[in-house]
Design a protein around this ligand. Structure first.
Ligand code: FES
Ligand SMILES: [Fe+2]
Length: 365
């Protein structure tokens, strides 16, 4: 009896390098998601199965059994790896088949592609390489706030029917808070629209800072912290291509300076991992880490609940925006206004990375 892998073209192709920045750590999920079942997700047009072995190791394999192509995500997780749900081939985290039920000899070609994955700060990162077999060239990003005792966090994820960059646009321009999120973190729309915005960039990163003294605390802030009539708010947004870190909060007037990084008061640290699924869809992995007021120790529950509500509102807006972009097609030209500076800078970074990738392609790809 022989067992052969019939080469079947993957969904991915060299053309992907024109569509998505490669040689990057993208967010594949949160640690809490991987328990006893495999998870099927598509990242950058590549079908992947994620699982955690009995020893606790996280793995990401091409989601296709090399025997007859059943998705491995239809199988089961065992101590040593993932077992195909059709004829029982067992795969180790490195993609090698390590057991064929009823057959002693395991062909060396009985293997599937394994993606580099790292579990760090309760986030699972996957390295999407330009050269399929290339190893990561840098460590996965740090996000220490998930493990910082000053904060407590909650997380969630969305599947979006929109291209990933529409979420970048949304997160890099928080002036929308005053219109979209009035019930939670919004507040006075005019204050948001008029707040001076400082945009800076370094390499592939963009930073947007807005300070809003003399603000009225919005509902989420009041639920979490005993603010009086007024508070002084800050918003610091850092775009780092595959994820954004958004540090917002407020101090009580007359206490700490709002631009002091060691300021006290109420803090919300948002993590936003945005990973393309296809050109038209994406995954959005978010977490919110919040400080606790000593007299209101349960505030985080309200913050998480309202954060999830807030992100529901964003999804409604962004998906409606994309449906309309499709409906109007070429007629959907955009004009820019003052709030777009950060988002446009991020778009230029992505375009430039894609241009360089395309320029480095062999001529016949
Ligand atoms: S398809 Fe036969 S073992 Fe997977
Ligand atoms: Fe929003």
């Amino acid at each position: 009896m022989t067992t052969t892998c019939i080469p079947i073209k993957n969904l991915s192709s060299d053309a992907d390098s024109h569509r998505f920045p490669l040689d990057q750590w993208y967010v594949a999920g949160f640690s809490s998601e991987l328990a006893d079942k495999p998870i099927a997700r598509t990242f950058l047009n590549r079908k992947v199965v994620l699982f955690r072995t009995g020893a606790g190791q996280v793995a990401a394999l091409e989601d296709r059994c090399c025997h007859r192509s059943l998705p491995l995500s239809c199988g089961t997780v065992e101590g040593a790896g993932v077992r195909c749900g059709y004829h029982g081939l067992l795969y180790a985290p490195n993609g090698q088949c390590i057991e064929i039920p009823g057959q002693e000899r395991i062909p060396s070609k009985a293997r599937v592609k394994a993606y580099p994955v790292v579990e760090k700060n309760q986030i699972i990162w996957i390295w999407m390489a330009r050269d399929e077999d290339a190893e990561p060239t840098r460590p996965a990003p740090d996000y220490p706030f998930h493990d910082d005792p000053r904060y407590k966090f909650g997380s969630g994820n969305y599947h979006y029917r929109s291209p990933w960059q529409l979420i970048h646009d949304n997160l890099l321009d928080l002036s929308h808070l005053g219109y979209v999120h009035l019930q939670t973190i919004g507040g006075d729309a005019r204050l948001h629209m008029n707040a001076p915005m400082k945009v800076s960039s370094e390499g592939d990163r963009v930073k947007v800072v807005r300070l809003m003294p003399d603000s009225s605390p919005p509902p989420t802030y009041r639920a979490a912290w005993p603010f009086g009539e007024k508070c002084e708010r800050w918003q610091e947004i850092e775009f780092d291509l595959t994820h954004l870190r958004i540090w917002t909060g407020a101090v009580e007037p007359g206490t700490d300076a709002i631009d002091d990084p060691d300021r006290g008061g109420f803090h919300m640290r948002g993590f936003h991992g945005i990973t393309p699924e296809t050109e038209e869809t994406c995954h959005y992995f978010w977490s919110m880490s919040s400080t606790k007021h000593p007299d209101m120790p349960d505030n985080i529950d309200a913050v998480i609940q309202q954060t999830a509500f807030t992100f529901d509102e964003d999804r409604t807006i962004i998906e409606a925006q994309y449906r309309n972009m499709l409906a109007f097609g070429d007629k959907a030209n955009w004009i820019d206004i003052h709030v777009d500076a950060g988002a446009n800078r991020a778009r230029r970074i992505v375009s430039e990375l894609l241009r360089k990738q395309a320029a480095a392609e062999p001529a016949d790809s």
